[in-house]
Ligand binder design. Structure first.
Ligand code: GH3
Ligand code: MG
Ligand code: MG
Ligand code: MG
Ligand code: MG
Length: 321
C-alpha cells in the first residue's frame, strides 16, 4: 500500500495527461476501509467537481444513503469485518431507488474473479488499483453522463405518457386511453367470467352554467366534479373524461345492480357538492357486460349512452340502467 503513490506517479509519466475536460457537479459516496485511499480519491474527485462522502463500513454507507442523493457510488471490494463490496452492491441493486444509480467498483489489479463478481452483482463498471486519474475521470464521466441521459429520458417518457393518456383540464384519463384499458378489461372479464359495468355520466344543463357564469367558471366546475369522481371510485375503476362535460367509469367486477347503486350515490354526492356555489347535477346511464353476447366496450358503452339519453328524457339528475 505504501508503494501506491509511487506506482501511480510512475504510471502517469507513461501516460501523458490531456487538457482537463470534465465538469461534473453533485456528490459521490465512496465505501472504502482505507482512510489513505479515501483521502487520495477525495482529492481526485474534487478536481472533477464531485463532492465525496466517505463510509468505512456498509452500515455507515447505508446511513449516508438515507440522507443524501448521490450521482455515483464507488465501492472497495475487500472491507473490514468480513464485509465485501459485492454484498453492498447486491444490497443496493435489490432496492428500487438504487436500481439506476451508477456504481463503480474499485478492485485490486490481480483479482479478476472479484471484478467479474462485482459486475455480475450489478456494478456498472470497475477500476483497478492503483487508480489512474485519467482513467478514473473518464469512467466516472461516462457513468454519470449516461445515467443523466437515462434520467432525462425517463422524465420525458413520463411527461409524454401523461400527455397521451390524461385529459389536460381535469387530469382524468382521456377517451383514447380509456379505450385501451377497456379492451384489456373486457378480455379479462371474459377470460375469468367476471362482471363489468360501464357508467356514462353527463352534467345537466352545463351550457347554462357556461352561459350564466362564463367559460372559466365552467372549467372550474368541470375540475371540481372530476376530482369528486376520482374520489368516489376505487383505483381499480377507471374514470375518464370522454368529451366536453361527459365522463365514463369502468366498474371492475361489478354487476349492473351494484353499478346502479354506486351511480345513484354519485348523483347524490355531486348534487351536494355545489362547485363554485352552483348547484350542479348529473345524469347517468349504466350498462353491464352480457357474457352471452360476446359484447365489447363499444356495445356496452352504446347501451349505457342510450340509458343516459333516457335519464335526460326522464328529467335529469337520475340514473337509468
Ligand atoms: P344536457 O343536460 O342535455 O346535457 O345539457 P347540456 O347543456 O349539458 O348539454 P349540451 O351538449 O347542450 O352542452 C354542453 C356544453 O358543454 C356545451 C359546451 O360549451 C360545454 N363544454 C364542453 N367542453 C367544455 C369545457 O372544456 N369547458 C367548458 N367551460 N365548457 C365546456
Ligand atoms: Mg479494502
Ligand atoms: Mg350535459
Ligand atoms: Mg347534451
Ligand atoms: Mg354532453
Amino acid at each position: 500500500k505504501d508503494d501506491l503513490p509511487r506506482l501511480e506517479e510512475a504510471l502517469h509519466t507513461l501516460i501523458p495527461l490531456g487538457p482537463f475536460r470534465y465538469n461534473i457537479s453533485g456528490k459521490a459516496l465512496y465505501l472504502e476501509d482505507s482512510l489513505t485511499v479515501a483521502n487520495a480519491t477525495d482529492a481526485k474527485l474534487k478536481r472533477l467537481g464531485l463532492q465525496m462522502d466517505h463510509a468505512f463500513s456498509i452500515a455507515e454507507a447505508h446511513h449516508l444513503l438515507q440522507h443524501n442523493k448521490y450521482e455515483l457510488i464507488m465501492t472497495d471490494i475487500v472491507l473490514q469485518a468480513n464485509e465485501t463490496g459485492i454484498d453492498f452492491i447486491k444490497q443496493l441493486r435489490s432496492e428500487t431507488r438504487f436500481q439506476q444509480t451508477p456504481i463503480l467498483a474499485v478492485t485490486s489489479l490481480e483479482s479478476i474473479n472479484r471484478r467479474i463478481q462485482a459486475l455480475q452483482s450489478g456494478a456498472n463498471d470497475y477500476i483497478s488499483k492503483p487508480v489512474l486519474d485519467e482513467e478514473l475521470f473518464a469512467r466516472i464521466n461516462n457513468l454519470i453522463s449516461s445515467n443523466r441521459l437515462v434520467e432525462q429520458l425517463t422524465r420525458e417518457r413520463q411527461r409524454l405518457l401523461e400527455l397521451a393518456t390524461k385529459d389536460h383540464l381535469t387530469g382524468l384519463y382521456n377517451r383514447h386511453f380509456m379505450g385501451e384499458v377497456a379492451k384489456r378489461r373486457f378480455a379479462e372479464a371474459y377470460r375469468n367470467h367476471l362482471p363489468l359495468s360501464v357508467l356514462v355520466i353527463d352534467i345537466d344543463h352545463f351550457k347554462q352554467i357556461n352561459d350564466q357564469y362564463g367559460h372559466q367558471t365552467g372549467d372550474n366546475v368541470l375540475k371540481c366534479l372530476a376530482e369528486a369522481l376520482r374520489q368516489q371510485f376505487n383505483d381499480d375503476d377507471y374514470v375518464a373524461r370522454f368529451g366536453g362535460e361527459e365522463f365514463v367509469v369502468l366498474l371492475n367486477q361489478t354487476e349492473l345492480e351494484p353499478a346502479r347503486h354506486k351511480a345513484a350515490l354519485l348523483c347524490q354526492t355531486l348534487q351536494q357538492l355545489k362547485p363554485e356555489n352552483i348547484i350542479t347535477t348529473v345524469s347517468v346511464g349504466a350498462a353491464s357486460l352480457n357474457p352471452a353476447q360476446q359484447e365489447y366496450f363499444d356495445e356496452v358503452f352504446a347501451r349505457a349512452d342510450k340509458a343516459l339519453y333516457q335519464a335526460k328524457q326522464n328529467g335529469r339528475n337520475q340514473v337509468v340502467a
